[in-house]
Design a protein around this ligand. Structure first.
Ligand SMILES: Nc1ncnc2c1ncn2[C@@H]1O[C@H](COP(=O)(O)OP(=O)(O)OP(=O)(O)O)[C@@H](O)[C@H]1O
Length: 910
């Protein structure tokens, strides 16, 4: 086996050598290669004993291998070069050097046998000796080189061949060796497996060993640390023990010292207490002696104190008396002080009452804040006072005159909330439920916040609710709170379409208001993107019955959000907007005219000039409570509008409407009203009587003191027939009156006055003292000044008797029942007395008339006044003879009359 290996090794080496030769001498390796493979087959693995094999090959190369090498050489025979050499034999010198080189390059020399090469070489050398060719050495060198290589190659080839032969010959040996080798391989595999197992065990053992070693190391480390820790602790404990020991020693020393001190102190104290005890003993003795002597003195003092006591009690009595006098004086002072406060309070109250009685329209001013995006604008508002003062400036024209002061009932600044504004409005809302007519309206230029104040920006948010929502909410809440004393009927709400809707709760109202708001015309202008283009009037009628007195309360609330006044150049209104603006401005100027007329106390108030003033007539001209919100835009660009708005507001605040009156109808009033209705019928009959008498007079058959007035009377009344006494016609009259303005009413009253001056009604019987009663009982406190009322009609100097006056008045009021409720009558009685007669006075007066018994004409002709309805509802038709009981006004009513009109009850009033 080793032998074979060495052969293979040998072959391998030969191959290597050939390769080198090829590189050096350009031998045709490929041909040799092919030969070697042909002989050897695939190259075996090289064993480490390769060198040894080569030695063996050398030994054998001299024996059996040469034959094979010869055979191999025979393969290379017959090449081109040998042919050339044979052809040229003996004449190689003719072969030029370049040709030889070329042949060498082409490899033709490769195929030449070594023998031929040597022959050529010898010939060249001979030439060289003979000096035939100078280039011989180079050529010789190359040929020699070639020859050398060739010889080596041939040697190797022969070796290869020999080796191959050897290899073939050793096949059997090989098989044995191979078997042995397989056996050995099996053994080797087994050995390897055992080795593997052992190696695996070894690995495990090594790992175990490593683990144990690391464990040992960690345990050693732990022991080392524990030991170190233990040593440290021992050291610390020892140190602490040392320390404690020192401390304890010190303490023991200290305690010993203290003990010694205490013992000394105890000793000292014992000595001291001993001495003190002795001293106390001595002192006790001294005190005993002192007490005895003091006791004696005490006896003396007791006697002295008895006498002093008696003296003190005497002085005490004197003091008590003086204190009493002081007390009386101080009480007087306290009373005076308290009175002073109550007087002050009363003064304030009286002042307010005077204001209420004067009935001035209240004016609240509200300034809206700058809107988002306007914060940098200049403001015209310089000062807002607590008591309604407002100073406005024009920042664009600074100077002395740029400041203007206005004063109103209240001024609300930009930061005021909806609730604050309503808080000052609330008392008026309560008045509606007390039977007053109330009108609240907002006035101001467009975009100044009227709708914000009256309605609010957002109906769904209670905080944002404006006056309208809050007022209606209040009305319902208060009416519910009062349900035990006053029964309010389902209220009526007039919405902008002028229809009446019964409402029972706030939600009804909210619903109706949202309908109204939806119907309201709204449009965008340059000054307000949601500008109201129409006036909004919300009217609430309230009717309640006092459960105790059966008195009926009627109140009416107007909530008015006016459309804004605007300068069309600023609002940039065109087309429909412009026409709206013109209408709005027209109606607002009509309102201004009404206000102006009222402020000037003009006899004619032009209510009829616009729908707006017509609707507000009862609130502005009647005895209602009115409140105006003046809305301001603080922007400097609106300065001129602000000033004109404020001037208007100032004028409004000067308007006196007269004291507001509650629409309360007591049972007595209602009975009287019923009687009035009955009397109307009677009057109609009387008319006929008058006509009849006139006819009689004309015919000269009957003479009675019925003058022109009767004719007029009949004329007036018969001109429009029986309707003249129709109560319903009063409203028609009212309309006419309003239509033509107050001038017509003045004419009417002049006409009435003439009638009364000329009237000579013959009324006689049992009424002698009427005028005395009237004079003494009706309030003359006004000193005869003309009141604000719209009627001044009687100058009855010509009325020759008291009875005439009474009957005239009665007649007059029967004709004009409207005046009972609305007017103030100015009477001039007997040409030297002026009596202010208000409607309550009239009722009082009228009651007197009825109570005074039958009214007859001068000639004892029974005056045909109807009897008031009896309990069975039958109207009397002959003489008026009412018993006192039938017309007796309830005591509550009497009190009302007395207080509200300051009329004293007549002497014979029960
Ligand atoms: N007190 C306030 N606080 C906050 N914003 C306000 C206030 N007053 C008004 N505004 C705002 O100013 C704008 C104009 O207000 P509003 O529409 O009420 O004015 P107006 O006087 O009713 O205008 P117009 O006459 O054109 O209808 C609105 O955007 C409103 O929300």
């Amino acid at each position: 086996m080793l032998y074979v290996c060495s052969i293979y090794e040998e072959i391998r080496l030969v191959r290597k050598l050939l390769m080198c030769q090829e590189l050096e001498g350009r031998t045709h390796w490929w041909s040799l290669q092919a030969s070697v493979e042909f002989i050897m087959g695939p190259e075996p693995e090289v064993s480490e004993s390769g060198n040894k094999g080569l030695g063996t090959l050398k030994e054998d190369s001299d024996g059996t291998i040469p034959g094979r090498i010869d055979a191999f050489n025979g393969l290379a025979e017959g090449s081109y070069f040998s042919d050339v050499l044979q052809a040229k034999c003996g004449h190689y010198g003719d072969l030029p050097a370049s040709k030889i080189s070329e042949l060498m390059k082409l490899g033709s020399l490769e195929n030449t046998s070594t023998q031929s090469l040597f022959t050529v070489t010898n010939m060249i050398l001979d030439e060289c000796v003979e000096g035939k060719n100078e280039n011989i050495p180079q050529r010789v060198a190359s040929i020699l080189n070639k020859a050398h290589c060739k010889s080596r190659e041939e040697r190797y080839q022969s070796k290869i061949r020999a080796l191959e032969t050897l290899a073939t010959g050793t096949t059997e040996e090989n098989e044995v060796v191979m078997n042995q080798l397989r056996q050995m391989k099996i053994e080797k595999t087994k050995m390897e497996e055992v080795l593997k197992l052992e190696q695996h065990d070894l690995t495990i053992l090594r790992q175990e060993k490593d683990r144990c070693e690391s464990l040992i190391l960690s345990l050693e480390e732990e022991i080392r640390l524990t030991k170190q820790d233990y040593e440290e602790k021992c050291f610390q404990l020892e140190a602490r023990a040392e320390e404690t020991k020192d401390k304890l020693l010190k303490k023991i020393l200290e305690l010993e010292r203290l003990l010694t001190d205490s013992r000394n102190k105890v000793k000292e104290l014992e000595d001291f207490s001993e001495s003190k005890f002795l001293r106390w003993k001595r002192k006790e003795h001294g005190y005993r002696h002192f007490i005895d002597s003091q006791f004696e003195s005490l006896q003396d003092l007791r006697l002295a104190s008895e006498s002093i006591k008696q003296e003190v009690s005497k002085i005490k009595n004197v003091y008590a008396e003086e204190f009493y006098h002081f007390g009386v004086n101080i009480k007087g002072l306290i009373d005076a002080a308290q009175n002073y406060h109550s007087v002050l309070e009363e003064n304030r109250k009286l002042y307010n009452e005077v204001q209420d009685l004067k009935g001035n329209i209240r004016v609240y001013c509200r300034i809206r804040p700058f809107l988002p995006g306007q914060s940098r604008k200049q403001t015209t508002i310089q000062y807002i006072g607590e008591n309604g003062e407002l100073v406005v400036i024009n920042p664009l024209k600074p100077g002395k005159d740029s400041h203007r002061l206005f004063k109103f009932n209240k001024v609300f600044g930009p930061a005021s909330t909806q609730e604050e504004v309503f808080r000052d409005t609330q008392p008026l809302i309560r008045s509606v439920l007390d039977g007053y007519n109330v009108c609240i309206f907002a006035y101001g230029q467009t975009g100044s916040g009227k709708t914000y104040t009256m309605t609010g920006p957002n109906a769904t948010s209670v905080v944002d609710w404006g006056v309208n929502y809050r007022a209606l909410n209040d009305l319902f809440n208060i009416s519910q709170n009062r349900h035990s004393s006053i029964a309010y009927e389902p209220n009526g709400l007039a919405v902008p379409d002028a229809s009446m809707h019964p409402v029972k709760s706030t939600s009804d109202v909210l619903e109706l208001m949202s309908v109204g708001l939806m119907n309201r015309a709204v449009g965008a202008t340059a000054l307000n993107e949601r500008s109201s283009r129409s006036h909004s009037i919300l009217t609430v009628h309230v009717r309640g019955t006092d459960l105790e007195t059966n008195a009926v309360l009627r109140g009416c609330l107007h909530l008015v959000d006016l459309a804004g006044s605007e300068r069309v150049d600023r609002s940039e209104a065109t087309g429909d907007r412009l026409r709206e603006a013109q209408h709005i401005n027209k109606s607002l100027s009509a309102l201004g005219d009404v206000i102006f007329a009222l402020a000037q106390k003009n006899p004619h108030v032009p209510y009829r000039n616009s729908k707006l003033t017509q609707v507000l007539q009862s609130s502005l001209g009647g005895q209602a409570k009115a409140l105006m919100f003046v809305q301001l835009n603080p922007d400097v660009e609106s300065y001129s509008e602000t000033i004109s708005t404020l001037k208007f507001a100032e004028r409004v605040s000067g308007v006196e409407l007269g004291a507001a009156r509650s629409n309360k109808e007591g049972r007595g009033v209602r009975e009287l009203m019923e009687q009035v209705a009955t009397l109307k019928d009677a009057a109609a009959k009387k008319d006929e009587e008058i006509v009849r008498l006139r006819l009689l007079k004309t015919n000269g058959n009957y003479s009675i003191g019925v003058g022109r007035s009767s004719q007029q009377l009949s004329g007036v009344k018969s001109s429009d027939g029986k309707a003249a006494f129709d109560m319903d016609n009063s409203s028609e009259y009212s309309d006419k009156h309003s239509d033509a303005g107050s001038q017509q009413s003045v004419d009417d009253f002049r006409h009435q006055k003439e009638f009364f001056q000329q009237s000579k009604l013959a009324v006689v019987g049992g009424t002698e003292n009427y005028l005395e009663d009237i004079e003494s009982n009706l309030n003359l406190a006004d000193g005869g000044k003309s009141p604000n009322g719209s009627i001044q009609f009687l100058e009855s100097g010509d009325v020759d008797t008291d009875e005439n006056l009474v009957i005239c008045l009665t007649e007059f009021f029967l004709w004009e029942p409207r005046l009972i409720l609305q007017s103030i009558v100015f009477l001039k009685v007997r040409s030297h007395l002026q009596i202010q007669l208000k409607s309550e006075h009239f009722l009082h007066f009228y009651s007197l008339t009825l109570l005074k018994g039958p009214i007859c004409n001068r000639r004892n002709v029974p005056f045909e006044l109807p009897r008031p309805p009896t309990k069975q509802g039958q109207a009397g038709s002959s003489r008026l003879s009412l018993s006192r009981s039938s017309t007796k006004v309830p005591s509550s009513k009497r009190a009302t009359l007395g207080s509200s009109s300051a009329v004293k009850l007549p002497k014979n009033w029960h």
